[in-house]
Ligand binder design. Structure first.
Ligand code: FES
Length: 101
């Protein structure tokens, strides 16, 4: 059952940055776009490339392997149906970033 977990202080993720959290079941990337935070799985659902250092266009993540695009707000793949990426709710509480996974 998913539960909220604190991952890091907000100060560790300034606007425009991202950070990877290796967790037991999967790696999660937390993004600060400057407008809000997003959290997604670090593995591309297409062929498994790591999404950690892929280009971010607003809140759309572009896999550098084959260019698939993912909307971080919904997890929806904008390139091919059925290739959605797992995303996770993010909240800021008491100066820390919390993610539900
Ligand atoms: S592995 Fe990401 S688009 Fe192919």
């Amino acid at each position: 059952m998913p539960k909220w977990e604190p991952l890091c202080p907000v100060a560790d993720l300034p606007p425009g940055s991202r950070k990877v959290f290796p967790l037991s079941a999967l790696d999660i990337i937390v993004f600060n776009t400057g407008k809000r935070f997003y959290a997604s799985a670090a593995e591309c659902p297409h062929e498994g490339s790591n999404l950690t250092d892929c280009e971010l266009q607003g809140h759309v993540l572009v896999c550098k392997a084959h260019g698939y695009k993912f909307d971080l707000a919904s997890g929806k793949c904008l390139t091919e149906a059925g290739m959605d990426i797992p995303i996770f709710p993010v909240e800021v509480r008491d100066g820390s970033i919390w993610v539900k996974f």
